[in-house]
Design a binder for this molecule. Structure first.
Ligand SMILES: [Zn+2]
Length: 326
């Protein structure tokens, strides 16, 4: 129906619109889209950072020191969106703080929009990529560093301490499908899933599930060998119904893949427990998934993922087991 809506406008209507009208409205809609992407990204980073920090014991030698801060400048945006970006983020000259994640020392000391002027007394590079590289180099030597920032036309000296976290960056994809992915080195969460997971605890559970695939090093060899196609994902590949796009599972790998999913669900629950989320409501997520993927309520053993019924019941058992050990 959306196609019909988008194409309903006739060319005679379009000819009545001036270039100026079009440009103004384009900039306005660019601004709306940038605000929404910023809102999703901020929520994602706020929920991810504590999980990446709490899971360091399980990540073995795959950890790193992170400040939990994201930076940006005007040149990071496509040229035709820069004007809108400057309006949305107020100022975008120089390297600016885009977001600081909850639980990080950056969140305590930095504000969005702060301009980074110096890192450990040296002038900041002029691109975001090079600034991030410089920060990484400094943090590899020492997790504490000094930033000189500009806020309201005044310079401030700020001491930050990076936190040890699992080195699996969490990225937002603009895809609408209610899905998320792990590829052994990062975690990708679709915008569609973020809108579906209205409660922060639900979204955290899914980030934790994907983190668990990476932490447990689930069949990454098999992914590389092509036995399990592409990536691990969250939803649902069924015998006859919707086949989840990323995971094409070779015959014989299905049961293995199903057992990985169960293991990732259980580890996710334990990570949520470590972060002291209330566990009781969490299994409900699988009932909600069943409403958007009814074909996953029952399917055969050729599926790569357990049914939503199995996932609900197994997760509930795990929640009860953890409640008893408290
Ligand atoms: Zn999974």
């Amino acid at each position: 129906m959306l196609c019909a809506l988008l194409s309903a406008c006739s060319s005679t209507d379009q000819r009545l619109l001036s270039d100026a009208q079009i440009k103004t409205e384009q900039r306005y809609q660019d601004g709306l889209a940038l605000r929404e992407a910023h809102r999703l990204n901020s929520r994602l980073q706020d929920l991810s950072f504590p999980l990446l920090a709490v899971a360091t014991d399980q990540c073995a030698n795959r950890t790193t020191y992170k400040l939990g801060v994201q930076l940006h400048t005007a040149e990071d945006y496509p040229e035709n969106q820069r004007e809108a970006a400057r309006e949305v983020f107020d100022k975008l000259d120089g390297i600016r703080v885009k977001h600081s994640a909850k639980g990080s020392s950056a969140r305590e000391h930095l504000l969005n929009g702060d301009k980074i002027v110096q890192i450990n007394g040296k002038k900041v590079p002029d691109s975001t990529v090079n600034t991030i590289r410089r920060l990484k180099q400094q943090l590899a030597k020492d997790p504490s560093l000094e930033l000189t920032i500009e806020r309201n036309n005044q310079l401030h000296s700020i001491s930050l301490t990076a936190m040890e976290v699992c080195n699996y960056p969490v990225q937002l994809s603009q895809q609408d499908a209610i899905n998320a992915f792990a590829d052994g080195s990062s975690i990708i969460i679709n915008a569609g899933l973020m809108r579906f997971a209205k409660e922060d605890s639900e979204l955290s559970l899914i980030i934790a599930h994907e983190l668990a695939h990476n932490v447990a090093d689930h069949g990454m060899e098999k992914i590389k060998g092509g036995l399990i196609g592409g990536l691990f994902d969250l939803a649902i590949s069924s015998g006859g119904g919707i086949v989840s796009p990323a995971i094409g599972v070779a015959l014989g790998a299905n049961l293995l893949s199903q057992s990985y999913e169960v293991e990732a669900d259980k580890l996710a629950i334990r990570l949520m427990h470590q972060l002291e989320y209330p566990l009781q409501p969490l299994p409900e997520f699988w009932r909600r998934m069943a409403t958007v993927h009814p074909s996953s309520i029952r399917h055969g053993q050729q599926a790569s993922h357990p049914t939503t019924v199995e996932r609900y019941l197994i997760m509930k058992q795990e929640v009860e087991r953890l409640a008893q050990t408290d």
